[in-house]
Design a protein around this ligand. Structure first.
Ligand code: NAD
Length: 496
């Protein structure tokens, strides 16, 4: 075990050692609720990425030869350490990212769940065999690791998102580099303090902090074979193109604009509660947040009043305080951008039914708070109806039929999630059959796949073939090798 870093100047973790970046360029890490500066994060240069990639490549030679049953012992230990430090990790997520402590605990639970599932790798990584594909000839397909892989993560789930990939990469025999969001690097800093206690061979897992410069070095590094990215659509598209042009395997999860349809036969109390949590939970900074609620027929009246009440009564404040239901957004720039979008919506004819702009949160006047906001009569063809807001803003659109609602959803660019609220099985089946989105909720507001299912974004919400989590991750982190084998029967019988 090496010495832990202080939290004031963050370090990278490369080759089994904490080490300072070679950069002179640092960014402040700021608590979005209190505006307190928590630490300085290095914006690592390509030299640091190269150091990590070289170390990971060296480690790969022995790690891939370590039996899967032994590789997962490290994951069992990691799970136990994450459980032991659960509260501290959850508090760190809240302090740097702003979500409530309960939301942070939920996030961390999902991270640990992926570690647990990856412990099944001795089964999940198995290949296939067929004897006698021709007389006396057998054929096998085995899965082998790729080498060095890396994840580039967004700010909104600093604890969970690297774990959609890392445990599977490792269990499959790859070595790994994590590049957290430069806005929320503290959670990974703490998780790597736990990783340091695993006594893994040096270089098996590395941490490189930074922003675009470090990302570009990852995209271009010849030793890095596979890249997982989660973030906004424009960056996802860029990373997919550049990494693929460099011959790498890439999976890029992008942004979203998630619609929910509310039919008149829905349980309105449940629907209101669930959609309010979806739209305003994590201050709307979730790629599975409901962003547009489409009411059909009579649902317009019943739902509108109920959701307005739920938005207005939500308790907003510092996520570490008991009873708080929603925290701030990540930066002052983000808050300003969201407030501008609300204004543009109002200017283009929408009614601001609940206005959460510029709230006063006692004792947290410096925080990036916006209260839940509801825009009514949003024009389906307006920019507001198409732009990812990534804040606690729900747009209401009214349509006459479910067919019109599905057609509107399918005309959108994104395909991360779509949900339906109804008590009709036939409507639910038509919806899941027709809707062009990869994660579907029926009477569910945040259709987040569990670790043993793929996180299935479509359209501009995903670039690639294989998604994160579960069996898709095993396929992403392995390459298939097919062996066709013949042994002379004559020679065999002569031995006896
Ligand atoms: P972002 O795209 O700004 O940043 C993501 C990562 O890319 C960060 O590590 C950042 O350092 C890096 N990056 C940013 N700009 C870059 C550039 N020009 N070149 C190279 N690298 C760059 O995203 P964010 O603001 O951190 O996260 C929010 C976004 O992530 C939202 O759009 C949200 O919908 C999306 N998201 C998607 C999913 C999903 O599963 N589809 C999950 C979570 C978040």
């Amino acid at each position: 075990m090496t010495q832990s870093p202080t939290l004031s100047i963050l370090q990278n973790y490369i080759d089994g050692q904490w080490c300072y970046s070679q950069t002179a360029d640092y960014l402040d890490v700021v608590n979005p609720a209190t505006a307190e500066t928590l630490a300085k994060v290095p914006l690592s240069p390509p030299e640091d990425v190269d150091h990590a990639a070289q170390s990971a490549q060296r480690a790969f030679q022995t790690w891939r030869r370590t039996p899967p049953t032994q590789r997962i012992q490290y994951l069992f230990r990691l799970k136990n350490l994450m459980e032991e430090h659960f509260l501290d990790l959850a508090q760190t997520i809240t302090i740097e990212c702003g979500k409530t402590l309960e939301e942070s605990k939920g996030e961390l639970r999902r991270a640990i769940e992926n570690v647990e599932i990856a412990c099944g790798i001795p089964m999940m990584m198995q290949g296939t065999t067929l004897e006698d594909i021709a007389s006396g000839i057998d054929e096998f397909m085995i899965r082998q690791p790729l080498g060095v892989a890396a994840v580039i993560a967004p700010f909104n789930f600093p604890g969970m998102i690297p774990f959609w990939f890392l445990p599977y990469a490792l269990a499959c025999g790859n070595t790994y580099i994590v590049k957290p969001s430069e806005r929320v690097p503290l959670t990974m800093q703490k998780i790597f303090q736990l990783i340091d206690r695993l006594d893994l061979p040096p270089g098996v897992i590395n941490l490189v902090n930074g922003s675009k410069n470090a990302v570009d070095a990852i995209l271009d590094h010849p030793l890095i074979r596979a890249i997982s990215f989660v973030g906004s659509t424009p960056v996802a598209r860029y990373i997919y193109g550049r990494a693929a042009a460099n011959g790498k395997r890439v999976q890029c999860q992008g942004g979203a604009k998630n619609p929910v349809i509310i039919l008149p036969d829905a349980d309105m109390e449940m629907t209101t509660r669930i959609t309010a949590d979806s739209a305003f939970g994590c201050a709307g900074q979730r790629c599975l947040a409901a962003s547009i609620a489409i009411t059909v027929g009579e649902a317009r009246h019943t739902y509108t009043n109920a959701i307005a009440e739920a938005a207005a009564s939500r308790i907003v404040g510092y996520g570490l305080q008991d009873g708080v239901q929603m925290g701030p957004v990540i930066t002052p720039q983000s808050r300003q951008r969201i407030e501008q979008i609300i204004q543009q919506g109002a200017d283009s004819g929408a009614t601001v039914l609940v206005d959460g702009r510029s709230p006063q949160i006692p004792n947290y006047e410096q925080g990036n708070f916006i209260r839940p906001t509801i825009l009514q009569n949003v024009d389906p063809s307006s920019e507001l109806a198409k732009t990812e807001i990534f804040g606690p803003v729900l747009s209401l659109i009214h349509l006459d039929t479910i067919e019109d609602a599905i057609a509107l959803i399918n005309s959108g660019q994104h395909g991360n999630m779509a949900c339906l609220f109804t008590s009709s099985g036939a409507a639910a089946r038509a919806f899941r059959y027709e809707v062009e989105a990869g994660n579907i909720g029926i009477n569910i507001g945040v259709a987040a796949p569990m670790a043993f299912f793929p996180f299935s974004g479509w359209k501009d919400s995903f670039f690639g073939d294989l998604h994160g989590q579960g069996q898709h991750a095993v396929e992403f982190f392995t390459q298939t090798k097919v062996i066709v084998e013949r042994w002379s029967q004559n020679r065999w019988s002569r031995q006896f």
